[in-house]
Structures are given as C-alpha cells and as structure tokens.
Design a protein around this ligand. Structure first.
Ligand SMILES: NC(=O)CC[C@H](N)C(=O)O
Length: 494
C-alpha cells in the first residue's frame, strides 16, 4: 500500500507535457523526482511512450529510455521497465523496433504501429498501475507536444494517457527559442475542453534576462487563459545530464582530438558524455558531408542499423580517412554497432535490421558478426584486458561476433571475454556501452589511445551535481505546486 501523501504534495500523479520537443519536460520531471525524494517521498518517473535510440538497461534486465533511467536516479530508486513501458527505436524513417515493458515485441512501420497503439495502451496502463501502487507519487512525462491533432486518435503519450488515468498536467514551454506565449496559447487552442481543463498551470523554461520585463507577458497570459504561470525556470548552463535525442555539440576544449562520425541511426550517443566533460579532450562529432578533422582517436559509435550505417560510412569516405589515420599511428575504437562495422562481414540472415543479407565491413578487425533474433540486454562489470582498470557498462545488441582477433579481447566481464584488439594494437572494439563512464576505464582507454597523462572524470559525480543544481533551480515550482489551491477546473481524483 502506498504511504499516506504528505499534505504538502497534493498530486499523487502529475503529468508534465511540453509545447514542443526539447521544451525541458525530461529535466522538469527529473527535478520534481529529486525534490520529492528529498522530502522522503518514494517517487517514480514514468513515460508512457518514448521514441529514442538512447536507451538504458534496467535492474530487471529490460530496456527503457535513458531519460527515465536518469529520472530514477534523481528519485533515488532503481530504474525499472515499468517506468517506460513503450519504447520505439526507429531503424528507418518509417519503421521502428517496438519495445514493450522492456522487451522487443516487434518491428513495425508507422501505420501498423498506429493500429497497435490500443494494445500498447494496455501495457502502459498495466505498468502505470503497478507504479501507482508501489510509490507515493508518480511524475509522468509526455512526448513531443499534445497538440499533434493528427495523432490525437489513439494517443497514448500525452493527453490520451492523461484522460485515461484522469491526472493533472503542467505545460512546459521553452522561452529561449522565442514565441513562448504563442506556443502556450496555440497548444491550449488545439486541445479539447476536457484536456484544457486538466492543465493546472504553465512552466516557462530556460529564461535568461530581466524578469521584470517578462512580468507583463505573464500577467497577460494568466488573464487570457485563467491559468497560473507556476514557475519561470532559469537557463542552466553546463548540466551533465543524459540527452534523450539530440546530440549536444557543446564540449570543453582540450588537446586530445577525438572524432566521432554521426551515423544516421547512431544509438547510445550518451557513451560520449564522459568525453564531452573531459578537460583534456576535444570531441568532434562529424555529420554528413562535413570535413573530417585530424584525430588522435576515432570512435565509431553504436548503431540501430549496422549495415545501413556501414554503407553510410563507406559512401562518406570514412574508410580512406581511417586508413590514413592508422598510417599516421592513430587509434580506432568501435562500440557495439561500430565494433561490428570494424570487422570483415556483417550478416543479417533474418533481416532483423531491414532487408536480409550480408555487408562487407571495414576490415580493420578480423571478426565477423551475425545479427540474431534474440536481443542481449545486460548490465556488466569487469576489467579492461589491456590495462589494470575496472570497467562497467551495459550491452544492448542483436549481433554476435567471432573471429581471430577475439583472441585478444578488449574487456573481461565476469570471466567472459568481450570485444577484440587488432594484432598491431591500433584498433579495438567492444560491445560495452558506457565504457568511458567508469573513471578508471575512461582514463585507461584514453591512455591506450595515446593520452599518456589522462586524468579521470567521474561522470556519476558530475551527473549527481547537475541533478542537485537542477532541483535547486526548481524549488519554486515545487513550492507553488504544493500550495496550489484545489477547486480549479481540474478536480483531483484518487
Ligand atoms: N547498440 C548497438 O550499437 C547495436 C548494434 C547492432 N544494431 C545490434 O543490434 O547488434
């Protein structure tokens, strides 16, 4: 049974929706999770449906969006597959792998998924009820914007969910991109009366400037809509939080150059967060048709569609760049899909990532990969094989790789060998995501790559400091929500 709700938190379930993608929903949910946890509440984050290639492995061996794993960290609870019961991992512009309650259910195109949504909703409600019973409070994150009227029919991600469980909603808008009043009013205008009624207030995010100049606009908005502005949150620079979708180009400038090609189906680009935060590293993400700068280390990232992204690398001239880089003594590291691409062949006999067939790899490691029907999902801990350093991370892949270079593994994880190192020691591949996150492994990998005096960066500590800073910045939102009078159009339901 849930504990009694302290009088100051009147919202057993509260949903955070945004006027746009990237309005700041994930961070507001993370902040509320931390603020409630600080007051001793057991709080769970929840996102009914997430579309992202950045996923995390949960304690129960499932797969959820990374943002929910971060929010669970903020809440001080273990991430669980119920926290994101529907995860869509796009493998092409029209198709996606559908993960239900942490496990692969099917591959579907957008039209089939639209029909499948009523079935997906059953999983959403099932997971939500479990969280509702197990926790004092559930903070729910919407997806994109609730104003996508073409998707309203069968919506499970925004108002469709809020209406189904009859919960209140706060609406977040990003003032930094401009048009904040139009975004808020326009969103309200696209909603039905009952949907509008459940919005208990607005949050204006990423404000910088003179609040005095904003006040007139806030007064106008409140008078026009009859709804309060619950908080104006500041623009916070330099937060070390896992980004869900977009790759943040921002980085610190060091002397050690690392180049990462941005693959069209890049997955788990949070693998690079520790490098982005590293004071000695200059991290370059190189997009399509962009110039390729010289590097000390080139890292091929994970991919949701290894063969298609391999073809992209070939078409973009990366094999020639890599050959030259190796001739000059540079190092190359491949993570998961990137590791597979470094090998001789990638076979997909069942067509698990598009059409069945085989592709010739970059041939920099003597390994071959076959994509299998079963997905490997596990958290791992062990040692680097090339240095005395601990490592931890997680695996998310369909592929299995074998070959002569596996005799020189990259890592030893619970007694099992992982990955491969080329005979000349210049090329390394591993299935482990998050391998730079462990301070010891991150420094050891940089040393292997040629940065002799590599220092270690503790990403977990940076993340924790960011969550604390974020929560402090949202204290006024918490205060306002906890004292918000009832008797608004939204009637609180238990
Ligand atoms: N996360 C990844 O890079 C996955 C690699 C590849 N798509 C596989 O499933 O095996």
């Amino acid at each position: 049974m849930p504990a009694a709700h302290p009088a100051h938190w009147p919202w057993p379930t509260l949903m955070v929706q945004g006027c746009t993608s990237d309005a700041g929903k994930s961070t507001v949910v993370a902040a509320l999770c931390r603020l409630l946890a600080r007051r001793g509440l057991r709080v769970a984050p929840f996102k009914p449906q997430n579309m992202a290639l950045n996923s995390a492995v949960t304690a129960d061996g499932g797969e959820i969006g990374r943002a929910q794993a971060l929010q669970a960290l903020a809440a001080g609870v273990a991430p669980h597959s119920d926290m994101n019961p529907v995860l869509l991992k796009p493998s092409s512009d029209t198709g996606a792998q559908i993960i239900i309650q942490g496990r692969v259910r099917a591959d579907m195109d957008a039209r089939d998924y639209h029909h499948y949504k009523s079935t997906a909703m059953l999983a959403v409600l099932d997971s939500y009820r479990r969280l509702q019973h197990g926790y004092d409070a559930v903070v729910v994150e919407g997806a994109g914007s609730p104003a996508e009227i073409n998707l309203r029919d069968r919506d499970i991600a925004n108002m469709g969910f809020a209406e189904a469980v009859d919960c209140p909603v706060i609406l977040v808008a990003d003032i930094d991109r401009g048009g904040v009043f139009a975004h808020l009013l326009g969103t309200l205008d696209c909603l039905s009366q009952s949907e509008r009624d459940r919005i208990i207030g607005f949050v204006i995010n990423r404000f910088r400037g003179d609040i005095g100049l904003l006040q007139g606009g806030l007064d106008w908005l409140e008078a026009r809509t009859g709804k309060p502005v619950l908080a104006v949150l500041p623009y916070l620079h330099g937060l070390q939080l896992d980004a869900e979708d977009s790759i943040q180009q921002q980085q610190q400038r060091g002397s050690f150059d690392i180049v990462v090609p941005v693959l069209p189906r890049i997955s788990n680009h949070t693998d690079f967060d520790a490098l982005r935060a590293h004071p000695q590293v200059n991290l370059h993400f190189v997009g399509p048709d962009a110039p390729k700068p010289p590097a000390d280390l080139v890292i091929l990232p994970g991919s949701k569609h290894t063969r298609a992204d391999l073809a992209f690398l070939q078409q973009q001239g990366w094999p020639q760049y890599l050959q030259r880089h190796l001739r000059y003594g540079g190092k190359v590291l491949g993570i998961c899909g990137g590791y597979q691409m470094l090998g001789r062949q990638v076979h997909d006999p069942l067509g698990v990532e598009g059409s069945a067939g085989s592709s010739t790899g970059l041939g920099l490691l003597a390994i071959d990969t076959t994509l299998a029907a079963d997905k490997t999902l596990r958290q791992r801990h062990g040692q680097c094989a090339f240095a005395a350093a601990e490592v931890s991370g997680y695996e998310i892949h369909m592929g299995i790789s074998h070959g002569p270079d596996c005799a020189r593994p990259a890592l030893l994880l619970a007694g099992e060998a992982d990955g491969a190192i080329s005979s000349d020691g210049q090329v390394m591949g591993s299935y482990l995501h998050g391998l730079f996150d462990h301070p010891a492994a991150g420094a050891a990998l940089l040393r292997w790559a040629g940065l002799d005096n590599a220092v270690s960066v503790d990403l977990a500590a940076l993340r924790e400091a960011s969550i604390e800073r974020l929560a402090d910045a949202c204290e006024t939102l918490y205060q306002r929500l906890s004292t918000l009078p009832h008797g608004r159009p939204f009637q609180q339901q238990q």
